[in-house]
Design a protein around this ligand. Sequence first.
Ligand SMILES: [Zn+2]
Length: 324
Amino acid sequence: MEMKSPQSRIIGAVDIGGTKIAAGVVNDDGEVLASEECATEQDRGFASAANQIDRMLRNCAARTSTTIRGIGIGCTGPVYPLTGEIGDVEFLKTWKGANLVEALEARFGVRAALENDADAAALGEAFWGAGRDKAQMLFVTVGTGVGAGVVLDGQLYRGVDGSHPEMGHQVIDSTGPRCYCGARGCWEVLARGPAMTEWMEAQATGDTEDPHLSAKRICEMAAAGDGLARRAVEREAHYLGLGLANLVTIFCPEAIVLGGSVMLSANLFLDGIRQEIRQNCGLVPYERTEIRLAALGQHAALIGAARTWHHRFIEMGESSVIGS
Ligand SMILES: [Zn+2]
């Protein structure tokens, strides 16, 4: 068995989503040594949430007898990674304008880095997961939403002022349903997990409605041969494939890594996705783009959050000393 370096640098990791906040401690090999989670409860406000994040991180460090040397944060967007501010997040309205990086740096006396959660997951997969050694790597997560991050030659791609490109909101069908982003028929509104459920419900006649219907349940039904569920899966593969084909045409990446809860049933979608890519990417060497599944498992979000610290203060070389 390989011995772990006793000098492994422990990073506190925080993942903030619409329903839960997870915190943990992660070593230099991208392993989560301990983690805890709590409900997001945005109504309680930012200060209370910051206190709870502080407590969870300290608990995890105490349980593992480790010292936190830095903090990495992944948060559902929009967030401002270069300043540490939380933007106007659909699920965190009361946090708008709060600075989570400053709050945690002041409490722990170490540097902290914040990224959009899809970018954080992309960094985790790029350096510790399925995207290792890939020069152009895209990560796409499909769950309650559709998010994506781009890592080119080991660097996270950013737009102007550090902005996160919202590939999940590229328009796929301008006559499609309206999304909260303002667009009609964007990729997310057509291909996120709940879109499968909505489509099934719209097809069902009143007496067959299933109150427990979910994307996961539909995938199970499709695998068991249910005709309508199989059509829902085909529809999902079609829309997922169209969005991915656009990414292949635009980036010609070496790999696209797929993660998120819907991709736990990826075997149902991959043939359809590949067919859309074949049909729609005629001008680029699409066959050179590997479609891979995420490799970091259930703690992917925390591992990615930790990696944001390494990326900011090791790969990108920003000073890891506070106040410099
Ligand atoms: Zn949208």
